[in-house]
Design a protein. Sequence first.
Length: 153
Amino acid sequence: MTKKNHGLKGMVKLKDSLLREHLTKATKVALHPIRRKVLKLLKDGSSLSTIDIIDRLDLNKEDRYNLYHHLTILENFNLIKKDTKLSIGKTQYYKINKPKNPIMMAYSYDEDEIKENKDEISTILDSLSKIENHKIGNKDKIKSIEINILCKK
């Protein structure tokens, strides 16, 4: 009986480890400049066609060609999904994938988002300082913030 429980604990640890690894990879995927811009565009929950995305991001010819590659990567990591209700023929529409009960979440803020949400970010940093009992200095010089959350299933 003890061996079974130990085996289950080991499997849970392995599963948690794999989830953390996936979350780390997904965060890195989302940090690519073009993919990050796509995620920002879709953040409000709207669906956009590839043509809309190209127009709004004002991509050069090379980046336009690579956009499909970036969309596929985001889709493979379940960060976005095709909106099958709107997609017609070759014209694909994409939207943010928002699972009802996610077991992992990643939040990433760039310099502009930090400036736009200065008070809220400051509150988060103050809370982290209290939890860690360590002052976060140079708040005005922070260029990016990443927060990963892994939930119990």
